[in-house]
Design a protein around this ligand. Sequence first.
Ligand code: BGC
Length: 370
Amino acid sequence: MQAVGAIPQKKEVAIVDHPRPSLHRDDEVLIKSLDVGICGTDREICTFVYGDPPANSDYLVLGHESLGVVSEVGSSVAGLKPGDLVVPSVRRPCSDPLCAPCQAGLQDFCATGHFVERGIKMAHGYMTEFYTEQEQYLHLVPASLRDVAVLVEPLTIAEKAMAQVWPIQNRLPWVKHHHPDGRPNGKGLNAVVLGAGPVGILGAMKLKAEGFNTFVYSRSRSPNPKAELVESLGVPYISALDTPVEALAERVGSIDLVYEAVGVSSIAYKVLSVLGLNGIYVFTGIPAPKAPIEVDADLIMRNVVLMNQVVVGTVNASGAAFKSAIEDLGVFMSRWPEAVQSLITRRCSVAQSRELLLDKATGIKNVIQF
Ligand code: BGC
């Protein structure tokens, strides 16, 4: 069976011959891959600064953004049947009985660091024709989302971020408005998304849907395709070439929330220094190690204290974030169908996977079709 593998010893990315899996446990499901998205993490693994194969393998099957179709189910699988569309989560818990988050199903907060991540850390991923997974790590997707459900995993980043933001900001009367069902609403609050890649644009959709006055701040001068997509959501696109960071708060108003999805520390820290009173700043980017940069640390520290600011990082996602991402993707599709669809800029065959992983990044979300 074909799979796309990173081979650290040879520093090579290749289409490898991977054994076709079969069910070994009653609660397992055999899944046929449909779409696998490529993200910055995959590209980084291909530069061999990140990622580890499983202990018994000299290659790591890549891919953690997957949409598949159930092909066969184990005898105790109750909620899935052949033909169902599923999105698997990425991280699996550590085995330490004292790891409270993993024991509670919140391995995204694993406290030992001994978690594994499919396609990233010590477990094969989904860039292969078939894979197996336990039912508990699979999320049923409605057939109406077939074409876009490969975006669920990158959307879980915003879902988890907001699941952090709301309870953290409960520390003060932050919102004036609530949804009819009692959920807080960002109306009247200003949110800035840093970066116009897939994580940023999906984050902008989430923030806009939650009622925030949302802005996307990115480098490229507009007009450009990403800026047009962003503006089609009713979200102003601000180019850093026209509006320097120092002028951002003047343009936006007091910045209540920053959703960092740019992964570039210099710009991320500059924007942190203009966060507003009682503001919250969410880091999602994972920059590769580089030479240290200069930041105005006194200014940042002074602001964090004198302005009651919170800085929070968020990685990976729980089952709840996958569930809400699937729901929200449905909401986004009814509100902005063209914009959601145009996030997927290229669909390629397995034969073209090396090109997508190794050549200069282009487009927004590129997908390998199986
Ligand atoms: C994935 C996360 C993962 C993180 C760090 C991201 O690209 O979406 O699931 O936890 O990389 O490995």
